[in-house]
Design a binder for this molecule. Structure first.
Ligand SMILES: *Cc1c(COP(=O)(O)O)cnc(C)c1O
Length: 231
């Protein structure tokens, strides 16, 4: 098993570097976030031993458990799941990043609850680029106003935008949705917001995302294997 996880991690790293080169970007232009939801702390420890430092979790309770179990490691924790406003405190206290900001109210709570002893929480505004009714994220036409409001909160640092495209194997549709997120970020940058992050791309589509400018890909199953139920 040990070899399997380290081999997969290496393979994903190679895919990512190749995708960057193919896109004419520096081989390290996109960073790897290892999405560890539902996998036991031992698996994260193993990936950490292979050099992985950034891990993404979707469930607040699971984030809390793993932070405790892995407190001896210098992990950079990213919260990437839907965030209800009654669960913001744990994220504000434990995470280094939150990718799933879709409402100003949640962002305000995170900012108010971020401990003074910690640097500002890095955040991304999640945008529903596919327009599916069931999807998380703010509407594309609301993204700029939300991003400006989030950027003004004292204990948050707006780093960029995040999306989950529609689940389709249609590369052209995926590419168009990634490109839409990038265009939104470029518009905000043109206004002077210092965004440096496009959080997009997962196990199945990281190459397409990197080709459209992803700087942080969120990869779970290609590293850890098939997922079961939340811990
Ligand atoms: C689970 C998850 C991922 C990882 O998906 P894989 O297909 O397993 O790589 C990425 N982003 C978010 C928001 C997720 O919930």
């Amino acid at each position: 098993m040990t070899d399997t996880l380290s081999t997969r991690l290496r393979q994903v790293g190679a895919r990512l570097a190749d995708a960057c080169r193919q896109a004419g970007r520096a081989p390290d232009a996109a960073a790897l976030l290892a999405v560890s939801k539902t996998f036991p702390a031992a698996d994260l420890r193993e990936a950490y031993a292979c050099g992985q430092r950034a891990f993404g979790e979707n469930y607040v309770q699971e984030l809390q458990q793993k932070c405790e179990a892995l407190a001896d490691l210098a992990i950079e924790w990213h919260f990437i799941g839907p965030l209800q406003s009654n669960k913001t405190r744990i994220v504000a206290e434990l995470a280094h990043w939150a990718h799933s900001i879709e409402r100003l109210k949640t962002a305000e709570r995170l900012s108010a609850q971020r401990p003074d002893s910690l640097p500002p929480l890095n955040v991304c505004v999640q945008v529903n680029v596919s327009g599916e009714a069931s999807k998380s994220g703010c509407a594309p036409e609301e993204a700029a106003a939300l991003a400006r409001a989030v950027a003004a909160l004292p204990r948050l640092r707006l780093r960029g935008l995040m999306c989950i495209p529609e689940p389709t194997a249609d590369a052209a549709r995926l590419a168009a949705q990634f490109a839409a997120l990038r265009a939104l970020a470029e518009g905000l940058r043109a206004e002077g917001l210092p965004l440096d992050t496009l959080s997009m791309g997962m196990s199945a589509d990281l190459e397409l995302a990197v080709a459209e400018g992803a700087t942080l890909v969120r990869v779970g199953s290609a590293i850890f294997g098939r997922r079961g139920q939340p811990q």
